[in-house]
Design a protein around this ligand. Structure first.
Ligand code: B12
Ligand code: SF4
Length: 490
């Protein structure tokens, strides 16, 4: 028997995002939660009434959430968490417990997938079920089982407290078929979602493939997907993009995939279809540098298909660190990939991971110098966050200075370099931003108009909303020059 006490029929299911904010990607837009859209589609098909409540994007406080849930009176409240958002996810489930008597609670996503034991032993009073792995089949199956008075132990892919201790059922195999799944895009409040550089159109996040076959030691995604990769057919992807464009006014689509380009034949077909059908939708995506190099000959198709912005994870500019991360790329490849993206008039973005135990002001400045030499349009200088379930965790553990998961956001210092204080580290990071973007500003006049507009718009967003401003007093002196420059060109 489960220790949870679900006694009523479960019908109305609220899927609520945790009200967590740490900047960076949030400065560029407001993003729907793709996991909830896909899970809600399956729930509805199984006869439930899902509600998507994006408290995060609505900037709702815990008080707002409490009022909203009291009004909504759901039978079930579920949330999603990666490591940084986990504490807020728990607070929100606690509130649900308080204001909706007898509510059932559940949590899914990468953090609780791995940390289910800790979740249930420390937060078992707030969490009835951890839903592990992919949520599409597990969620309706669990709810149906509970409604039928069945035994939750027979549902694959969940964990719950049983006889006073955390208990985990066997993992559920990944979905076999990703095509044609029901996605509840009609439940999304589209007024909320915009990519700020293109404010006149709606922004969607879709999953065209899942997983990655690499083994980067700092990354949670390869572990979550067990180094596997599955993909939807190009036709199915195009159908979703066209539906979003035609029925929901979407002009910008972000691919949530870790590596959408992994299968070159599928990827080429997606590009061809986007060109043939003149989708007219801008795509934001990330991929690996080696796939960009592989695709040098078809870069014009990327551009023609509407690929607007490509993030490639360069991570470090010294080979020793790349090797330590098991990144399986060469330093020179990162540079060439960014050159190619720039050459074909797409926007390039990368991030550099700083704050490793052996970092010093000199290594950080060397990283900055190389980042400037690589010349992406946008660069983010991030702190390393050792997810407690990542391969690199054991190596970094002796250097961890914060066990507050909210700090695991790639912004706050969680690891202390041996020969630097955290203040010195953060000063160096702010300095990286200043120097990198000041260097860019000087070259604005040479950019073509499309790139210049996009760059200036991104810069303004970083300046106005940046976590740097919020956390560290900010880019301080940069805005004056950039403001002046942007006035000249906009
Ligand atoms: C889209 C995205 C976002 C969106 C989130 C939109 C939203 N409303 O939630 C935005 C842009 C806001 C965002 C922000 C951040 N993000 Co983000 N984001 C992603 C990204 C690119 C895709 C996630 C996605 O949509 N996947 C597609 C869906 C279908 O897959 P999924 O989320 O895994 O969901 C499946 C299962 O996990 C499970 N599941 C998930 N949730 C739930 C819930 C329930 C109830 C159930 C049953 C199942 C379930 O079922 C789903 C379907 O099968 C991932 C990278 C990646 N490739 O996954 C990073 C990622 C999740 N982000 C990450 C981080 C660190 C952040 C930030 C902290 C970064 C920052 N400082 O800006 C912020 C924090 C948010 C904030 N508010 O400040 C990390 C998390 C790492 C970790 N292990 O903790 C990731 C993995 C990227 C990385 N570099 O490693 N992010
Ligand atoms: S290539 Fe990207 S998604 Fe894959 S393991 Fe490395 S960092 Fe993670």
């Amino acid at each position: 028997m489960s220790d949870t006490n679900v006694s009523r029929k479960l019908k109305k299911i609220a899927l609520v995002t945790p009200p967590y904010h740490s900047g960076v990607v949030e400065t560029a837009g407001t993003w729907p939660n793709a996991a909830f859209v896909y899970i809600a589609g399956e729930l509805r098909e199984a006869g439930f009434e899902p509600i998507i409540y994006d408290a995060m994007t609505m900037n709702h406080t815990l008080e707002d959430i409490s009022e909203a849930l009291e009004r909504m009176k759901p039978d079930v409240v579920m949330t999603s968490a990666y490591t940084a958002t986990y504490p807020k996810a728990i607070e929100l489930l606690r509130i649900a417990r308080e204001v909706v008597p007898g509510v059932m609670t559940g949590i899914g996503g990468v953090h609780s997938h791995f940390m289910w034991e800790e979740v249930l032993s420390k937060q078992g009073d707030a969490v009835d079920f951890v839903l592990r792995g992919e949520g599409e089949r597990t969620t309706p199956e669990l709810l149906r089982c509970l409604n039928d008075g069945g035994d939750a132990s027979e549902v694959m892919g969940i964990a719950f407290n049983k006889d006073g201790a955390p208990h985990c059922t066997p993992g559920r195999p990944f979905l076999h078929r990703l095509d044609g799944r029901p996605a509840a895009w009609d439940l999304v409040d589209w007024d909320l979602y915009t990519f700020f550089p293109f404010p006149d159109t709606n922004l969607a996040v879709i999953s065209t493939s899942r997983g990655c076959d690499q083994a980067c030691t700092f990354c949670s995604q390869q572990a979550f997907w067990q180094r596997s990769w599955r993909a939807r057919s190009p036709e199915d992807v195009l159908a979703e993009i066209e539906l979003l464009r035609d029925q929901h006014g979407v002009g910008v689509v972000m691919f949530s995939d870790e590596t959408p380009t992994l299968d070159p034949v599928r990827w080429q077909r997606i590009l061809d279809l986007m060109i043939e059908r003149e989708t007219g939708v801008y795509i934001l995506m990330e991929t690996r540098v080696d796939d960009i190099l592989r695709d040098e000959a078809i870069m014009p198709s990327y551009h023609e298909a509407g690929i607007h912005h490509i993030y490639v994870g360069v991570e470090r500019t010294d080979q020793a660190s790349l090797d330590m991360f098991k990144k399986n790329t060469q330093v020179a490849q990162g540079k060439r990939a960014i050159e190619l993206i720039n050459e074909y008039d797409m926007s390039s973005e990368t991030s550099l991971v700083l704050g490793l135990p052996n970092d010093t002001p000199e290594t950080i400045r060397a990283t900055l110098d190389l980042a400037m030499h690589y010349d992406p349009d946008l660069a983010f200088f991030l702190t390393i966050a050792p997810w407690p379930y990542s391969d690199i965790y054991a190596e970094l553990e002796p250097h961890i200075i914060s066990y507050d998961y909210e700090d695991y956001n790639l912004v706050a210092p969680v690891v202390k370099p041996i020969n630097m204080t955290t203040d010195e580290l953060m000063t160096e990071i702010v300095d990286c931003y200043k120097k990198f973007y000041m260097g860019k500003v000087k070259r604005i006049p040479a950019m073509n108009k499309a790139k210049r507009d996009y760059f200036l718009s991104c810069m303004r967003l970083i300046m106005d909303n940046s976590y740097l401003k919020q956390y560290m007093g900010g880019l301080g002196r940069i805005p004056v020059e950039i403001e002046a420059m942007s006035r000249r060109f906009m």
